[in-house]
Ligand binder design. Structure first.
Ligand code: CP
Ligand code: NVA
Length: 309
Protein backbone atom coordinates (compact mmCIF):
# COMPACT_ATOMS: atom_id res chain seq x y z
CA UNK A 1 0.00 0.00 0.00
CA UNK A 2 1.24 3.48 -0.84
CA UNK A 3 2.72 5.42 2.09
CA UNK A 4 0.73 8.53 3.07
CA UNK A 5 2.13 11.87 1.90
CA UNK A 6 0.32 13.75 4.71
CA UNK A 7 2.55 16.21 6.54
CA UNK A 8 5.25 16.20 3.87
CA UNK A 9 6.65 19.35 2.27
CA UNK A 10 7.57 20.01 -1.34
CA UNK A 11 10.66 22.19 -1.32
CA UNK A 12 12.49 20.57 -4.25
CA UNK A 13 11.39 18.07 -6.90
CA UNK A 14 14.23 15.96 -5.52
CA UNK A 15 11.94 15.41 -2.48
CA UNK A 16 9.38 13.31 -4.37
CA UNK A 17 9.70 9.83 -5.86
CA UNK A 18 8.27 8.98 -9.28
CA UNK A 19 5.48 7.10 -7.50
CA UNK A 20 4.56 10.18 -5.45
CA UNK A 21 4.60 12.37 -8.54
CA UNK A 22 2.19 10.00 -10.27
CA UNK A 23 -0.10 10.07 -7.21
CA UNK A 24 -0.29 13.85 -7.50
CA UNK A 25 -1.16 13.56 -11.20
CA UNK A 26 -3.77 10.84 -10.63
CA UNK A 27 -5.56 12.97 -8.05
CA UNK A 28 -5.15 16.06 -10.25
CA UNK A 29 -6.93 14.21 -13.08
CA UNK A 30 -9.81 13.36 -10.75
CA UNK A 31 -10.06 16.86 -9.27
CA UNK A 32 -9.89 18.46 -12.72
CA UNK A 33 -12.79 16.30 -13.87
CA UNK A 34 -14.80 17.15 -10.76
CA UNK A 35 -14.15 20.85 -11.16
CA UNK A 36 -15.21 20.74 -14.82
CA UNK A 37 -18.41 18.83 -14.09
CA UNK A 38 -19.29 20.87 -11.01
CA UNK A 39 -18.94 17.90 -8.64
CA UNK A 40 -18.09 19.14 -5.12
CA UNK A 41 -14.67 18.12 -3.80
CA UNK A 42 -14.31 20.03 -0.54
CA UNK A 43 -11.60 17.75 0.84
CA UNK A 44 -9.79 20.53 2.72
CA UNK A 45 -12.93 21.88 4.42
CA UNK A 46 -11.94 24.37 7.14
CA UNK A 47 -8.19 24.20 6.38
CA UNK A 48 -6.03 27.30 6.09
CA UNK A 49 -3.11 27.98 3.77
CA UNK A 50 -0.69 30.88 4.33
CA UNK A 51 0.80 32.23 1.11
CA UNK A 52 4.11 34.09 1.46
CA UNK A 53 5.14 36.15 -1.57
CA UNK A 54 8.51 37.89 -1.72
CA UNK A 55 8.08 38.29 -5.49
CA UNK A 56 5.18 39.17 -7.83
CA UNK A 57 2.81 36.50 -9.17
CA UNK A 58 -0.33 35.98 -11.22
CA UNK A 59 -0.65 32.22 -11.73
CA UNK A 60 0.75 31.06 -8.41
CA UNK A 61 -1.34 33.34 -6.25
CA UNK A 62 -4.60 32.83 -8.12
CA UNK A 63 -4.19 29.05 -8.49
CA UNK A 64 -3.38 28.47 -4.81
CA UNK A 65 -6.07 30.83 -3.56
CA UNK A 66 -8.76 29.58 -5.94
CA UNK A 67 -7.66 26.01 -5.34
CA UNK A 68 -8.07 26.35 -1.59
CA UNK A 69 -11.54 27.87 -2.03
CA UNK A 70 -12.61 25.02 -4.35
CA UNK A 71 -11.33 22.49 -1.80
CA UNK A 72 -13.43 24.13 0.94
CA UNK A 73 -10.49 25.84 2.65
CA UNK A 74 -9.14 29.35 2.81
CA UNK A 75 -5.90 31.10 1.85
CA UNK A 76 -4.23 34.07 3.55
CA UNK A 77 -2.09 36.32 1.32
CA UNK A 78 1.15 37.62 2.87
CA UNK A 79 2.87 39.97 0.43
CA UNK A 80 6.47 41.27 0.61
CA UNK A 81 5.53 44.23 2.82
CA UNK A 82 3.33 42.23 5.18
CA UNK A 83 5.82 40.04 6.97
CA UNK A 84 9.18 41.11 5.52
CA UNK A 85 10.49 37.58 5.82
CA UNK A 86 13.80 37.48 7.67
CA UNK A 87 13.86 41.26 8.22
CA UNK A 88 11.06 42.07 10.64
CA UNK A 89 11.33 38.60 12.13
CA UNK A 90 13.62 35.63 11.57
CA UNK A 91 12.53 32.96 9.09
CA UNK A 92 12.35 30.22 11.78
CA UNK A 93 10.13 32.47 13.94
CA UNK A 94 7.80 33.22 11.02
CA UNK A 95 7.60 29.47 10.39
CA UNK A 96 6.87 28.67 14.07
CA UNK A 97 4.12 31.30 14.29
CA UNK A 98 2.42 30.29 11.06
CA UNK A 99 2.66 26.64 12.04
CA UNK A 100 0.56 27.40 15.13
CA UNK A 101 -2.20 29.00 13.05
CA UNK A 102 -2.45 27.43 9.61
CA UNK A 103 -2.45 23.94 8.11
CA UNK A 104 0.02 24.61 5.30
CA UNK A 105 2.34 27.25 3.87
CA UNK A 106 3.07 28.13 0.26
CA UNK A 107 6.16 30.31 -0.12
CA UNK A 108 7.59 32.23 -3.08
CA UNK A 109 11.03 33.43 -2.05
CA UNK A 110 14.34 34.67 -3.38
CA UNK A 111 16.80 32.45 -1.48
CA UNK A 112 16.02 28.73 -1.71
CA UNK A 113 17.37 28.33 1.84
CA UNK A 114 14.39 30.35 3.12
CA UNK A 115 11.87 27.80 1.91
CA UNK A 116 14.05 25.02 3.36
CA UNK A 117 14.09 26.84 6.71
CA UNK A 118 10.32 27.34 6.65
CA UNK A 119 9.87 23.61 6.07
CA UNK A 120 12.30 22.80 8.89
CA UNK A 121 10.53 24.93 11.52
CA UNK A 122 6.86 25.21 10.56
CA UNK A 123 5.62 21.80 11.67
CA UNK A 124 3.09 21.97 8.80
CA UNK A 125 3.65 21.18 5.09
CA UNK A 126 5.51 23.84 3.13
CA UNK A 127 5.18 24.09 -0.66
CA UNK A 128 7.79 25.90 -2.72
CA UNK A 129 5.90 28.34 -4.97
CA UNK A 130 9.19 29.34 -6.65
CA UNK A 131 12.61 30.13 -5.29
CA UNK A 132 15.68 31.42 -7.12
CA UNK A 133 16.70 27.77 -7.54
CA UNK A 134 13.53 25.77 -8.21
CA UNK A 135 9.88 25.93 -9.27
CA UNK A 136 8.52 22.46 -8.46
CA UNK A 137 4.78 23.26 -8.82
CA UNK A 138 5.48 24.51 -12.33
CA UNK A 139 7.24 21.31 -13.36
CA UNK A 140 4.45 19.17 -11.88
CA UNK A 141 1.85 21.11 -13.89
CA UNK A 142 3.97 21.06 -17.05
CA UNK A 143 4.64 17.33 -17.16
CA UNK A 144 0.99 16.67 -16.28
CA UNK A 145 0.12 18.81 -19.33
CA UNK A 146 2.50 16.84 -21.54
CA UNK A 147 0.96 13.59 -20.29
CA UNK A 148 -2.54 14.89 -21.07
CA UNK A 149 -1.46 15.74 -24.63
CA UNK A 150 0.73 12.70 -25.38
CA UNK A 151 -0.63 10.00 -23.02
CA UNK A 152 2.93 9.02 -22.13
CA UNK A 153 6.07 10.54 -20.61
CA UNK A 154 8.62 7.74 -20.85
CA UNK A 155 10.75 8.28 -23.91
CA UNK A 156 9.25 11.71 -24.69
CA UNK A 157 11.96 14.16 -25.81
CA UNK A 158 11.64 17.39 -23.83
CA UNK A 159 13.99 20.22 -24.82
CA UNK A 160 14.31 23.28 -22.64
CA UNK A 161 16.06 26.15 -24.39
CA UNK A 162 17.17 29.27 -22.55
CA UNK A 163 18.46 30.18 -19.12
CA UNK A 164 19.50 27.30 -16.82
CA UNK A 165 17.19 28.68 -14.14
CA UNK A 166 14.71 27.56 -11.47
CA UNK A 167 12.17 26.30 -14.04
CA UNK A 168 14.85 24.38 -15.95
CA UNK A 169 16.06 22.76 -12.71
CA UNK A 170 12.62 21.51 -11.72
CA UNK A 171 11.85 20.25 -15.24
CA UNK A 172 15.15 18.38 -15.34
CA UNK A 173 14.63 16.77 -11.92
CA UNK A 174 11.04 15.75 -12.66
CA UNK A 175 11.68 14.58 -16.21
CA UNK A 176 14.60 12.39 -15.06
CA UNK A 177 12.42 10.74 -12.42
CA UNK A 178 9.63 9.77 -14.81
CA UNK A 179 11.81 8.59 -17.70
CA UNK A 180 11.62 11.52 -20.11
CA UNK A 181 14.61 12.37 -22.29
CA UNK A 182 15.57 15.88 -21.26
CA UNK A 183 17.83 18.19 -23.26
CA UNK A 184 18.86 21.54 -21.79
CA UNK A 185 20.24 24.08 -24.26
CA UNK A 186 21.73 27.22 -22.70
CA UNK A 187 24.34 29.76 -23.72
CA UNK A 188 27.79 29.19 -22.23
CA UNK A 189 27.90 30.63 -18.73
CA UNK A 190 24.13 30.27 -18.22
CA UNK A 191 23.98 26.50 -17.72
CA UNK A 192 22.04 24.83 -14.96
CA UNK A 193 23.72 24.38 -11.56
CA UNK A 194 25.77 21.16 -11.61
CA UNK A 195 24.17 19.86 -8.40
CA UNK A 196 20.88 19.43 -10.31
CA UNK A 197 22.68 17.62 -13.09
CA UNK A 198 24.10 15.21 -10.53
CA UNK A 199 20.73 14.46 -8.91
CA UNK A 200 19.07 14.08 -12.31
CA UNK A 201 21.78 11.72 -13.55
CA UNK A 202 21.26 9.37 -10.63
CA UNK A 203 17.47 9.39 -11.19
CA UNK A 204 17.98 8.89 -14.93
CA UNK A 205 20.08 5.79 -14.23
CA UNK A 206 16.99 4.32 -12.52
CA UNK A 207 14.30 5.55 -14.92
CA UNK A 208 16.11 5.06 -18.23
CA UNK A 209 15.81 8.72 -19.15
CA UNK A 210 18.48 10.21 -21.43
CA UNK A 211 19.91 13.62 -20.44
CA UNK A 212 21.79 15.99 -22.72
CA UNK A 213 23.36 19.39 -22.07
CA UNK A 214 24.22 21.65 -24.95
CA UNK A 215 24.88 25.24 -25.98
CA UNK A 216 23.81 24.71 -29.59
CA UNK A 217 20.22 25.71 -30.52
CA UNK A 218 20.37 23.21 -33.44
CA UNK A 219 20.13 20.46 -30.84
CA UNK A 220 16.33 20.98 -30.74
CA UNK A 221 16.20 18.41 -33.58
CA UNK A 222 13.97 15.49 -32.61
CA UNK A 223 12.16 17.30 -29.78
CA UNK A 224 8.57 16.31 -29.01
CA UNK A 225 8.31 19.27 -26.62
CA UNK A 226 10.11 22.62 -26.79
CA UNK A 227 10.07 24.66 -23.58
CA UNK A 228 11.37 28.14 -22.86
CA UNK A 229 11.23 30.72 -20.08
CA UNK A 230 12.24 34.34 -19.56
CA UNK A 231 15.90 35.18 -20.13
CA UNK A 232 16.01 37.34 -16.98
CA UNK A 233 14.18 35.94 -13.95
CA UNK A 234 12.68 37.96 -11.13
CA UNK A 235 15.60 39.52 -9.28
CA UNK A 236 17.81 39.66 -12.43
CA UNK A 237 16.22 42.77 -13.93
CA UNK A 238 19.54 44.65 -13.98
CA UNK A 239 20.98 41.98 -16.31
CA UNK A 240 18.01 41.99 -18.70
CA UNK A 241 19.66 44.00 -21.49
CA UNK A 242 22.89 42.03 -21.51
CA UNK A 243 21.00 38.75 -21.39
CA UNK A 244 18.73 39.83 -24.28
CA UNK A 245 21.86 40.17 -26.43
CA UNK A 246 23.43 36.89 -25.36
CA UNK A 247 20.24 34.83 -25.58
CA UNK A 248 19.06 36.12 -28.99
CA UNK A 249 20.09 32.95 -30.92
CA UNK A 250 18.07 30.89 -28.39
CA UNK A 251 14.72 32.50 -29.24
CA UNK A 252 11.84 30.08 -29.83
CA UNK A 253 10.56 31.23 -33.22
CA UNK A 254 9.07 29.46 -36.26
CA UNK A 255 12.53 28.55 -37.65
CA UNK A 256 13.61 26.95 -34.39
CA UNK A 257 10.35 25.01 -34.06
CA UNK A 258 10.72 23.81 -37.68
CA UNK A 259 14.25 22.66 -36.83
CA UNK A 260 12.76 20.20 -34.32
CA UNK A 261 11.02 18.31 -37.15
CA UNK A 262 7.49 16.96 -36.65
CA UNK A 263 5.10 19.20 -34.74
CA UNK A 264 6.51 19.66 -31.23
CA UNK A 265 4.35 20.98 -28.43
CA UNK A 266 5.56 24.42 -27.33
CA UNK A 267 5.57 25.35 -23.66
CA UNK A 268 6.35 28.38 -21.51
CA UNK A 269 5.70 28.74 -17.79
CA UNK A 270 4.63 32.41 -18.29
CA UNK A 271 4.86 35.33 -17.93
CA UNK A 272 6.27 35.50 -21.48
CA UNK A 273 8.27 38.33 -22.95
CA UNK A 274 6.83 38.16 -26.43
CA UNK A 275 9.44 39.00 -29.06
CA UNK A 276 12.28 37.95 -26.77
CA UNK A 277 12.43 34.29 -25.70
CA UNK A 278 9.31 33.44 -27.75
CA UNK A 279 7.66 35.06 -30.75
CA UNK A 280 3.95 35.86 -31.08
CA UNK A 281 3.60 33.39 -34.00
CA UNK A 282 4.83 30.50 -31.84
CA UNK A 283 3.09 31.51 -28.64
CA UNK A 284 -0.25 31.97 -30.43
CA UNK A 285 0.40 29.13 -32.90
CA UNK A 286 -1.28 25.73 -33.13
CA UNK A 287 1.44 23.90 -31.17
CA UNK A 288 1.40 26.18 -28.14
CA UNK A 289 -0.08 24.75 -24.93
CA UNK A 290 0.99 27.60 -22.67
CA UNK A 291 -2.48 28.35 -21.33
CA UNK A 292 -3.19 24.66 -20.67
CA UNK A 293 -0.06 24.65 -18.53
CA UNK A 294 -1.26 27.74 -16.69
CA UNK A 295 -4.67 26.15 -16.02
CA UNK A 296 -3.09 22.92 -14.84
CA UNK A 297 -1.28 24.79 -12.08
CA UNK A 298 -4.70 24.94 -10.42
CA UNK A 299 -5.55 21.25 -10.75
CA UNK A 300 -2.11 19.91 -9.87
CA UNK A 301 -1.63 22.15 -6.84
CA UNK A 302 -5.10 21.24 -5.53
CA UNK A 303 -4.04 17.61 -5.68
CA UNK A 304 -0.74 18.43 -4.02
CA UNK A 305 -2.40 20.32 -1.16
CA UNK A 306 -5.01 17.59 -0.70
CA UNK A 307 -2.26 14.97 -0.39
CA UNK A 308 0.09 16.94 1.85
CA UNK A 309 -2.24 18.95 4.13
N1 CP B 1 4.46 30.58 -13.87
C1 CP B 1 4.29 31.26 -12.73
O1 CP B 1 4.71 30.84 -11.65
O2 CP B 1 3.58 32.42 -12.85
P1 CP B 1 3.48 33.57 -11.75
O3 CP B 1 4.85 34.13 -11.56
O4 CP B 1 2.52 34.57 -12.36
O5 CP B 1 2.95 32.98 -10.49
N1 NVA C 1 12.27 31.90 -14.14
C1 NVA C 1 11.17 32.80 -13.90
C2 NVA C 1 9.90 32.03 -13.69
C3 NVA C 1 8.68 32.88 -13.45
C4 NVA C 1 7.46 32.05 -13.17
C5 NVA C 1 11.49 33.66 -12.69
O1 NVA C 1 12.03 33.15 -11.71
O2 NVA C 1 11.20 34.85 -12.73
Amino acid sequence: MAVSMKGRSLVSMADFSAEEIWRVWELATELKRKQKTGEPHRILEGKQLAMIFQKPSLRTQVSFETGMAQLGGHAVFLGPDHIQLGKRESVPDVARVLGRMVDGIMARVFGHADVETLAEYAGVPVINGLSDSEHPCQALADLFTIYEKMRRLEGVNLTYIGDGNNVAASLLLTGAKVGMNVTLISPDGYEIDSRYVQIARSDAARSGSRLRFSSDPDDVAGSHVIYTDTWASMGQEAEAEERARIFKPFQVNNELVAQAGGAPIVMHCLPAHRGQEITDEVMDGPNSVVFDEAENRLHVQKALMALLM
